[in-house]
Every structure is written in C-alpha cells, then in structure tokens.
Write a protein that binds this ligand. Structure first.
Ligand SMILES: [Fe+2]
Length: 351
C-alpha cells in the first residue's frame, strides 16, 4: 500500500452521485452447481484443452462460445471456478450474444463508472505503472468494494495492438495454498476493508461522472468458493485500505506482505496475450488480474467486459468442509498429486 495524496478537489467535494449504493442481496444459484463434474459435454466438443500453467489458466480450442448449449455453459462455469480463468481465441460472439451468455450465469453487474448498463468498454492505457499516484495499473479483483462483488466475468477483445496490453491473472486459491499454515490460520480470521474512495476521486478528477458515491465494505480476507469449497485469499491491493482486526502499522505491513506475495507469484500467474476476437472468462472471486499498460497506442485496444453479481463472500468457518488447493489436488489424486508434495516440506531441512 503506497500512501498518496488524497486528490480531493473542488469538483470531488461538490460532486453528487445520482444513484444510491447497491444493497446486499441473494444472487441466483451459481450455475457451476448444475454442471457434470467431468464436464463431458463441454470437453468432448473442444478440439484441444491446453493447460497454460499448472495452477491457473486453460485454453479451450475449437469451441465457439456463441454455440454452447446450456449444459456446456454450466460446465464452463465449473471449469472457470476450478482453473480461475478459461481462454478462447477467434470467437464470433456478438455483443448481444455476450449479454445473453452473461445472463445465463446470473444478474448483470454494473461498475460505478460503467456508462452502458450492460457492459464496460475496456480501453488501452499508456501510463507508467511506476509513476507517482498512477491509478488503475495495479492488480485487483473488479469492484470488490460492493456488497456482492462480481463472480463470473468475461472480457472479449475487439481490437488489440500487435504488442502490449497483455493481462495477468493470478490464482488467489494458490496464493492462499502457498502460505505457511501459521499465516493461513491468522488470515482465516481477518477481515479487509475495501474502499472505492480512491477510484471515485480518480474518476472525477479525470472528467468522469460515477453514478454511485464512494463506499467502504468489509469482506473476509479468506473466502470459500461456494461450489468448489476451496479456500482462497480475497486480497485486492487496489481497493483494500485496512485489515480490521489489526492495528495501523500491523495492517500496513501485512498488506505490504500480501502485495509482495501477489507480485512475486510468477508460478501462480498466467499472462494472456490478446488477439482480436479472443475472450477471457474468469472467476473474479478467486483470481486477481492486471492489464499491463504502456508502450503502445491506447486507441488500438478495445474490449467489452460483462459480469454477474456474486454471493456475499463466504468466510472460513470451522467444520465447513472447505479445503486448500493442495488438499483438493491430493484428494483427487493422479499425476498432479504426485507433483504436489512440497507443501509438506515447506522449509528446507537444516544442513
Ligand atoms: Fe479489471
């Protein structure tokens, strides 16, 4: 967490957002609950399933999202929940078809800065992520300051530069899994305050008119995925301002640790290079992402993002049947389990 000036200007102080905050509600049942655990219908339709990294990211080759049956859509939700993000290239999906697909997964969410009620237009950015006060280039999960932060989120890229504008996705289930048991237990009991204040101020100072005012909401720092029951960090360096149970400096240093833990996670991250017509479909509950700005003409990048409301983040509760990612891998067995033994020996033996 970097301390910055607040950016409070006359415009910020006098701005009246037209809409009230979104109230907490119970979203429809997650479609992944309805999926065949083997995903036979979806996987048999794909020409190839490419795991892009061991812990996150799968590319499905030979599938058109516009042609999926409802059964395949449900299986895709489960695959996304398990792999964090699923990618497709050369899609013929139109914007209306994207809305329709999104509606299968729940109720359309709306970002406070979203002009069109049905989607966010994602554009290129040419800023330097290292400059003082740069906003928007950091890892995040989309608008986690809401009572029901988004679950399934889709970005379809229409135009993209030949080089630049890649997106990084990092698995927060794996980030949690790679912590020592001592840190896992401590984090299980913590809550984070997510705030949209900096985003709100930044929007107004850049000439936008957010339609909801700034809010702060508290979510567990570790959440349980309702379908997979896997424990996941719910860390977000863009919106978290404080860890509720900790004192000031304790919170600052713990958040700095978490930021380093996320930024050093090359082994838990997939970097997606966009091409026109490519789609990323991710589970915002268990993945942090970041678009890489800089070095290209921002007008050459444009995509459409849709998202659905998720449940109020579920905390870890003793006896809830939740497990860590490696526990899940061991339970399911097979070749992957044989590679997943380092957790037992996470400290090198003394020599
Ligand atoms: Fe985002």
């Amino acid at each position: 967490m970097a301390a910055t000036h607040t950016g409070i200007t006359e415009q910020v102080l006098s701005y009246q957002a037209p809409d009230p905050p979104v109230q907490e509600f119970e979203p429809p049942t997650d479609r992944a609950f309805f999926a065949d655990p083997d995903k036979k219908s979806l996987l048999s339709a794909a020409r190839e399933l490419r795991k892009l990294t061991p812990y996150i990211g799968t590319e499905l080759v030979g599938i058109q999202l516009s042609q999926l049956t409802d059964k395949q859509k449900d299986e895709l939700a489960l695959l996304v929940a398990e792999r964090g993000v699923v990618f497709f290239r050369d899609q013929d999906l139109t914007l209306d078809q994207q809305y329709e697909l999104n509606a299968h997964y729940g109720i359309q969410d709306r970002d406070p800065n979203q002009q069109d009620p049905k989607h966010v237009t994602i554009l290129g950015r040419n800023s330097d992520i290292r400059k003082y006060g740069d906003y928007g280039g950091e890892y995040h999960c989309d608008h986690s300051f809401e009572a029901n932060p988004p679950a399934y989120t889709m970005l379809r890229m229409i135009r993209t530069p030949q080089a630049g504008g890649d997106t990084l996705f990092t698995s927060q289930t794996a980030l949690y899994d790679k912590l020592s048991p001592v840190f896992q237990k401590m984090f299980d009991g913590l809550h984070a305050i997510h705030s949209s204040e900096a985003s709100f101020i930044n929007s107004i100072n850049n000439g936008y008119q957010p339609f909801r005012g700034p809010v702060r909401r508290e979510h567990p720092l570790v959440r349980v995925h309702p379908v997979t029951k896997v424990k996941s960090l719910y860390y977000n360096p863009t919106f978290i301002v404080h860890l509720r149970e900790l004192k000031g400096q304790e919170s600052t240093h713990m958040l700095n640790f978490l930021r380093e833990h996320l930024h050093a996670a090359d082994d838990l991250t997939v970097r997606w290079k966009w091409t026109p017509g490519a789609v990323a479909f991710w589970d915002n509950r268990v993945v942090a992402h970041r678009a890489i700005p800089g070095g290209y003409d921002p007008s050459t990048r444009e995509g459409k993002r849709t998202a659905v409301f998720g449940e109020k983040p579920v905390p870890v509760i003793e006896g809830d049947g939740s497990e860590t990612l490696s526990q899940r891998i061991w339970r399911l067995g097979g070749e992957e389990a044989s590679f997943e033994e380092t957790k037992l020996y996470f400290n090198s033996p003394l020599v």
